[in-house]
Design a protein around this ligand. Structure first.
Ligand SMILES: *[C@@H]1O[C@H](CO)[C@@H](O)[C@H](O)[C@H]1NC(C)=O
Ligand SMILES: *[C@@H]1O[C@H](CO)[C@@H](O)[C@H](O)[C@H]1NC(C)=O
Length: 256
């Protein structure tokens, strides 16, 4: 179950960065999931208004990016519970030096992973990361600097990128499709329902958003509600809030 997998990841991450001086507040509301409570009070332990966290992925083929046998990371977006979203929430924290920040924090393994799996279609990874952080990351209220004890500059930036990568590692879209017989092909096509079934099974029974461009599958978004903060909290898979733009059949899944 993604539930327990996420809890274990959270523990692993905590111990990995235990040398760091900054720490997010410990949350006790472990059963109060975002978008499942009537509360409209954003706190360091309750994601609001962006209570639907989406781990989004790309399958880029024109040009191809990333490994031929893996999807790549798009980001982690705090959507509102109705599928609308806020963006670019704090221009003062819209950093453009993400690589420098991660390096200064000693997160070099994370940076190397991102260079392989979080790649920009035009080759400008640094701008892509800055865009994802500035547009979406700064809107996650539970990682505001005020939520840290003994905050050190840009600590939340490193926490954000690490969390996105950890979530992505638990959502191997390529493998899940492949296990269902859905493999990249220049001749075969697939139905929306068979693709949805394969990824719903990966996502603990919750439906996913599938995105197409010119009839070719190129995006998937995994929706979660979170209890606690966005870094150490429990992630629960929930159904997509956004309807697919793919045709119901004849969907191409083009090789990289
Ligand atoms: C707070 O952070 C500073 C520097 O980042 C560190 O030297 C200090 O030990 C930390 N204090 C606590 C209580 O963690
Ligand atoms: C990144 O940029 C910010 C804002 O310009 C700056 O305060 C910070 O020192 C930079 N960090 C590193 C590690 O260069």
């Amino acid at each position: 179950m993604a539930f327990s997998r996420s809890s274990m990841l959270a523990l692993a991450v905590t111990s990995l960065v235990s040398g760091a001086s900054a720490q997010l507040e410990t949350c006790s509301n472990t059963n109060t999931f975002s978008c499942q409570s009537s509360s409209t009070n954003p706190t360091c332990c309750f994601n609001y208004p962006g209570g639907a966290l989406l781990q989004t992925q790309f399958w880029d083929t024109n040009p191809s990016t990333g490994p031929t046998d893996s999807w790549t990371i798009h980001g982690l977006w705090p959507d509102n519970c109705d599928g609308t979203y806020e963006s670019s929430c704090d221009s003062a924290r819209a950093y453009t030096n993400i690589s420098d920040i991660l390096t200064a924090q000693g997160r070099t393994d994370l940076l190397s992973y991102m260079q392989n799996y979080w790649v920009d279609i035009n080759g400008d990874d640094e701008s892509f990361w800055a865009h994802e952080w500035g547009k979406h990351g700064t809107c996650i209220n539970t990682i505001d600097p005020s939520c840290y004890t003994n905050y050190s500059s840009q600590e939340e930036v490193g926490d954000f990128f690490q969390k996105v990568v950890d979530l992505f590692k638990g959502l191997d879209t390529y493998q899940a499709l492949s296990a269902a017989g859905i493999t990249p092909s220049s001749s075969k096509t697939y139905t929306l329902s068979e693709i949805q079934a394969a990824l719903t099974s990966l996502h603990d029974g919750a439906s996913v958003y599938l995105g197409c461009s010119s009839g070719s599958l190129n995006q998937v978004w995994y929706f979660f509600n979170v209890a606690g903060n966005a870094i150490d909290g429990q992630y629960q898979a929930v159904d997509t809030l956004t309807k697919s733009n793919c045709p119901s059949s004849g969907i191409k899944y083009v090789p990289k």
